[in-house]
Design a protein. Sequence first.
Length: 524
Amino acid sequence: MIKKIMKQSLSILVVLALGLSGCQDLATQNFNNPDEERALAQPTDVENLIAASYYTWFIGLFNGYPMESHSTMADYLSYSWGNFGVRDLSSEPRKGIDNTTSWNYRAFVETPWFRLYSAISSTNDGLKALNDGLEIEEAVRARAFAKFVQGSSHAMLAVLHDQAFIFDETVDLETTTLELSPSQDVFAAGKAQLEEAISLMDANSFTLEESWIPGNTFTNVELAQLARTLLAKFMVMQARTPAERALVDWNTVMNLLSNGITSDFVMQDTETEWWHSNQWYHFNVNTTWGRVDYKLIGSSDRSSGYQDWLNTPVADRDDFEMDTADLRIWDQTRDADGKQNDGLYIHNNGDSRHPASRGTYHHSQYMAIRWPDYRDNNGSGAMYIILAKELDFLRAEALLHTGGDLQEVVDIINSTRVTNGGLPPAELTDGPGTIADERDALKPASLWAMLKYEKGIETFGTFVSNGFTDRRGWGELVSGTPIHSPIPAAEMEVLQLQVYTFGGVGGDGAAPKRSSEKVGTQVH
């Protein structure tokens, strides 16, 4: 078992978290004070430290690294620029992660790791101060929020990395030697911390200040609902394979969702502080940035175009115009030049402007236009973090896994498929579909196929790594895609441990080769 002192690692957290190189396009605000004695001197200092831990958690996840990187690895988003490592991470054949301190885009590995531990460190310091007797007016609120961030941080470390340290307020870095734990154990620790947070929220009345989670003044009841929702999501996201996804405690997931949020979780962004904008902004800002991948929308094509594209060798694929009945992609009318007019969420912008030399298979004619206000305000405004509809889709998947009410599954699918997409309604006669088998090729429509399509097109670009963890758990990542990240090389070198990596066709921690690399079942 690997054992190393954590203190020397944590000493570089703030430096690396705020000074990561590579194209980040990130404006940061340093809430972390390296002077621990001063930071913990007054009750307001401790409360501010705990309140700011959510910012550190959020900005470590909801930005280009890993959000935009993972979207290209999942084939939800497509482009071949170097930004956020997407050319390295999404080109085919897939390569392993360049886990070195010299990789220009090492922030893909480093940003989540160091920022999540920075968030944990802040919550630990705050909780230690409370445990040592520091009296503050809203002590229970601070403790509950600290546990909320602490648990969410450990859970996301488990979702993203193969192993990590379990590090809470009981650890004395002067005397304790920590072990690297496998992701399953790290997730269990995060789950327990979130459950403790929920218990505190359920038992005590308080209200968050708006600055803690911008745009929201959650009561204890509302924060508990958000915590339950996140826990349900994390339980599903942490699965690496279809077998692991099937073993998720889906009944507990449904129970958490039933007591979770009932409307969209929305935050208010400012251009210079939170900036969740990369995925949304870069999709909408100009024609040379990201495009919607055909593997997200292609299964709605009524022509043979998508199937022909799938049947074409990867290197020879290029963009094409779909004939889709989905009103979210095309409103079924054309302009004076014969160009498809905009759909509800997506716009046909014509030929891709990405370098052909980097692979025409990255090309797509389609761009997202769902949140134009965010674009027009230069990355400021409402950020849709979790859509209520996503929780319905999770419930529908749980029903399919547990043999639940298929009529409810049909109703959930049709609530967007018909209402937003204008597509023919799903019917009970379509059948549930075989979750384990419907991965590799175009097949007749089923409820499972339609559910996956609806979840993809309706929730695309919201919560971090949604598409990546879904396709990982569904067994739909392109072979060789890394299924998780290693511990960053910078961390391993400090700990004097052997640097390692994942991914590449046939490599360790890589998505396996399937009978076909075709992803998408006909849903038109």
